[in-house]
Design a protein around this ligand. Sequence first.
Ligand code: F6R
Length: 255
Amino acid sequence: MPTGAEVGLLAARKILRVVHDRPDAVLGLATGSSPLAIYAALAAHVRDGSLDTSRVSGFALDEYVGIPAEHPESYAAVIQREVTGPLHLDPDRVHVPDGRAADLEAACERYEEAIRAAGGVDLQILGIGANGHVGFNEPTSSFASRTRIKTLTERTRADNARFFDSADDVPTHCLTQGLGTISDARELLLVAQGPQKAAAVAAAVEGPLTSVCPASVLQLHRRVTVMVDEASAADLRLTDYYRWTYTHKPSSQQF
Ligand code: F6R
């Protein structure tokens, strides 16, 4: 796609179809900048009555550890502000790992159990870190990992400093769905925008399968769609092939 805005519109179209086919769909929700255009487009469909989300459930990918619930950059607050509210989701059906739990390991277990109890995730929305992380599964995360505590890399903390008053305010730890948890979703949709993502996108899509690029685990999944703008696609080698297959998609595969 030429621009990030178009990535958002196309991804929203795909999600719209998932929810039309399955009104009680379970969506995996990413935070950060990458999915914002998707959520804005879906919210517009809710407002004009073309999307009914009353039975949709959501599971966030991750949450910072130790950040107060009322902090505007806690992912609980972000999900409420960007997703639950604008998409008119039932708050009881929207889940975020509890980064304030006294027993964080128990909170991770409960999160895995809640996903299982909901019947698993139908479609997982993913962004990608400049270092190739998905969720907060930083480089060398196990492909088999489940929801757990992770230490954020300096690169990730620097990249996310824009959301906080200072780099020192970015939490050092998080709870994140594991790569194994993410891989259990029935379908994955990764979106990326901007030149700072180009190397990670190329490594994830065309690089070797390696935990050094956690997003390369997507190569093992049966149903993955990667939607990228021109800038984040810049390092891909097989671009001509991807364009050709996109314009020649059979109608059943079109978004
Ligand atoms: C967010 C998440 C992260 C982000 C990634 C990209 O829930 O799990 O993997 O998707 O850090 O962040 P942005 O989109 O802000 O560039």
